[in-house]
Design a protein around this ligand. Sequence first.
Ligand SMILES: Nc1ncnc2c1ncn2[C@@H]1O[C@H](COP(=O)(O)OP(=O)(O)OP(=O)(O)O)[C@@H](O)[C@H]1O
Length: 599
Amino acid sequence: MSRQFQYQDDVLIEKSFNWKQMGRLFDYLKPYKGAVTRVVFVMLVFGMLTRLAVPYLISLAIDKVIDPDGGSGSMGYLSIVFGVMAAMYGLRWWAQNYTIRHTNDIGQHVIYDLRSALFKHVQTLSFRFFDKRPAGSVLVRITNDVNALQELLSNGVVNSVIDIAQLAGIVVILLVLQPKLALAVMITVPLLILVSSSLRKRTRMAWQTVRIKQSRINSHLNEAIQGMRVTQAFAQEKENQRFFENLNGSSIRSWNLASSLNQLFGPVIEVTSAVGTLILLLYGTHLIQQDELTVGVLVAFITYVSNFWEPINRLGQMYSQLLISMSSAERIFEYMDEKPIVAEKEDAKPMPDVRGRVQFDHVVFGYDPDRLALKDVSFDIKPGMTVALVGHTGSGKSTIVNLLCRFYDVTSGRVLIDGMDVRDATLDSLRRQIGIVMQDTFIFSGSIRDNIRYGRPDATNAEVEAAARSVRAHEFIVKLPDGYDTQVQERGTALSMGQRQLLSFARALLADPRILIMDEATASIDTETEVRIQEALGTLLEHRTSFIVAHRLSTIRHADLILVLDHGVIVDRGTHDELMRRPGHYRNLIEAQYRFLSA
Ligand SMILES: Nc1ncnc2c1ncn2[C@@H]1O[C@H](COP(=O)(O)OP(=O)(O)OP(=O)(O)O)[C@@H](O)[C@H]1O
């Protein structure tokens, strides 16, 4: 069967132009208003005016020097005209350099601001947001979609203002020089607008398709690289390659279509300008014969008219670019508008340093409203107790942990820490009281020292080492090539499972939370490491309330309280000895595990 995975995050946007979103986007330019105004001013005064002046100077040279009325031309006059023209070209060259340098600068700053704002917002979003989306698609929005706006926000704005001014300038000059000829030439403009607007609509859709296809390639690549071990383990490289080539091929085809549509604009402009020039020559000659036009002005007209199509073409392309960029902007603002479902109350208070009492008071919760993961769960844990959460897979153990950390909000009931409802506390102050040791320790790129320090960046080297010593991680760390400075990264295989666990213990110990949550690793490790981890665990659990999603009998046995979960309900509770004395879920579970281990 062929692969069914899909990336459905991206859809073609056929909506009409969204002015509100455009306004929001341009708000990001506001801090750079001064710089934009300076660039536009320089380009208008030194770039555009010099450009508009040159054809007029040429016409003066022709009419006054090459073909003067009733007399010989003055070479002195010609050299003045040439001198002024040379100065104009020099100024123009400087203005263009200035514009390029500063527009790029403005563009980079706006992109920086936008990307930072987006990342900052994405970091506040709840687990539910990330549950629904592949990591690749979030990545694409923060990188590619933001990049796609750069051209619009830098050159786009400045060039459009200049092009509009240049167009207006040319129209005014043509009308002043010879109104009849000007109107005759401009007859072609409505024709051009008509043809190109239908072409532009198709081009816009085509470019959007290109972006979507590229975004799918990125999503797939992200997934493929992260899942490479699984792909290789199941020998699915060929199938994966085929899937990738399909995406790749489809992207190329969409690009070819969009680019060929884009290239049609050139000939359309060419034909229109040829018609314009034809009218100009025929009608211009007629006007010269009628003595209503000079040769010099005709030459100036020809140059102005050729300069007329250039901004029209660029503005058209800019419009397409604007439409394409708006689809990226809409995708960015869709994320920006996403509200964290676990939001801080306006009057949220910092949670004071807690002792570690944890209560669940008739808690009901479902990830989906119609499928409850916890049904009326209540318990009251005294400070310093070690609680083991046990139960079959999907029984709700991790959900209890998720609610305690307030990664999700309860549907009804309350979660209290030292008597304070977690929803009344600021998120930061709540999560600082809680330390989490995940089953699969996440290793950030950096040194071992930085990884241990992750939860408390201000810890000194001595404190880092003391934490590592306490959980017996020090011994293996000093044997690494650079000791605490050894560079590691998430997928780096330099660390074994057991070592990663010890590292995460050190990380949690250093942060010194009052409440510790631990998802015990299920992977089997050698007995020596197991003993070391159990000892380390003892140190880690001391003097704090801890919840352990427990898998090892040795851990469960040492717990002060075991909560046995089944289908979102606590079906039994007590110590290991108490629970083993009576028949029920717990005894069945332990006996099944024992049978499995001794089989
Ligand atoms: N992010 C989620 N979105 C939707 N449903 C979820 C999500 N996480 C868990 N569930 C569902 O909630 C129920 C409880 O899951 P939970 O992860 O708490 O179980 P668990 O006891 O921790 O299982 P395990 O031991 O396999 O980790 C399950 O039916 C599961 O399918």
